[in-house]
Design a protein around this ligand. Structure first.
Ligand code: TYM
Length: 327
């Protein structure tokens, strides 16, 4: 039995990194596995700051899931905070985790840099909540971008640790990372990942960017020295742009490189911008339709939360019983 679980934090806009690193895998995998569950992980969205329009953001992200092709015939979608079992299991898993292993998490180190004593306990503890999300549903596979690999590995370690003490409780999950995408880099700095919390909007292409804005952002994207349009280690910017081109067009990198032999960065960027626009337009139209009916969307999410309740409650009850919590 293969069950996938994944989620996105509703901290702001969705960008092409989220799509190519995570959502595109979800769309594909939902037809290949027995069960898929996709969550809007709102409790993860409050660890650094409390986004102003969190409730609105949650609905927006859910609408994007559907607009991108999450198929309700195949998949369940819901909101993390609507299932109390996540927080409850996270507490229990806290007691099986060490300060040392959480302190080694790269994302924590990056986000707490220079402010160690003033970041929230939630930021430190975040990977445990993520482990709870995954283990609660007995996910066999977790499709994510590469930046989340370390967190999925922690979920694996915790599952194994718990099982060593209380055998056969958790399924040990595998991360699924699309090797061709892995990590989409920022348009304005190919040494960093594309990120919604980045200071500048020239970092990313948002899924809801207008054609004009996409053209502007791509035309300003950083390039490498030289003029060759190839994906190579010494050409991080072009490698990233070619990855994006390949992701939105479905064409392989080699054939794209062949198309642009002897052409300049300007031609390439124009073609890339048009390809992204073509790719996003139908999704944007679908998104507008879905978000226009918020009541329907709320009902989908409420039904989703109900439909995963039996799995969540069963796991939590088993965990509590094995430890001896309650009477
Ligand atoms: P989040 O919300 O930061 O990102 C959502 C998904 O998008 C992927 N991603 C990227 N992939 C490639 N290139 C990029 N530049 C890029 N930026 C983001 C992320 O890897 C992720 O798959 N902790 C998670 C959310 C989470 C979760 C979970 C995921 C909470 N519980 C359980 C899976 C299972 C996060 O912050 O992702």
């Amino acid at each position: 039995m293969k069950r996938i679980f994944s989620g996105i934090k509703p901290t702001g806009i969705l960008h092409l990194g989220n799509y190519l690193g995570a959502i595109s895998q979800w769309i594909d995998l939902q037809y290949k596995v027995d069960e898929s569950i996709f969550c809007v992980v709102d409790m993860h969205a409050i660890t650094v700051e409390r986004p102003e329009k969190l409730s609105e953001n949650i609905l927006n992200i859910a609408a994007w899931y559907l607009a991108c092709g999450i198929d309700l015939e195949k998949s369940k979608i819901f909101v993390q905070s609507m299932r109390p079992e996540h927080a409850e299991l996270a507490w229990i898993l806290n007691c099986f985790s060490t300060m040392g292993e959480l302190g080694r998490m790269t994302q924590y180190k990056e986000k707490s840099e220079g402010k160690k004593d003033s970041v929230s306990v939630g930021l430190f503890d975040y990977p445990i909540l993520m482990a709870a999300d995954i283990l609660l549903y007995g996910a066999t596979d977790v499709p994510v971008g590469e930046d989340q690999k370390q967190h999925v590995e922690l979920a694996r370690d915790l599952a194994i640790r718990f099982n060593n003490q209380y055998s056969g409780t958790f399924i040990v999950p595998e991360p699924i990372i699309d090797a061709s995408v892995r990590r989409i880099k920022a348009l304005d700095n190919p040494a960093k990942k594309m990120e919604k919390s980045a200071g500048s909007e020239y970092n990313y292409v948002a899924l809801d960017d207008s054609p004009e804005l996409i053209r502007k952002k791509i035309s300003r994207a950083v390039t490498d020295s030289g003029s060759e349009i190839v994906a190579r280690e010494d050409k991080p910017a072009m490698t990233n742009l070619l990855n994006i081109f390949s992701g939105v067009s479905g064409r392989d990198i080699k054939s794209l490189e062949a198309d642009f032999v002897g052409k300049g960065y300007g031609d390439f960027k124009k073609a890339l911008a048009e390809e992204i626009i073509l790719f996003l337009e139908p999704k944007q139209a679908k998104y507008k339709e879905i978000i226009a009916d918020k009541d329907k969307l709320r009902k989908i999410l409420t039904d989703g939360a109900k439909s995963v309740e039996p799995i969540a409650q069963k796991t939590l009850a088993e965990v509590k019983k094995k430890i001896g919590l309650g009477i």
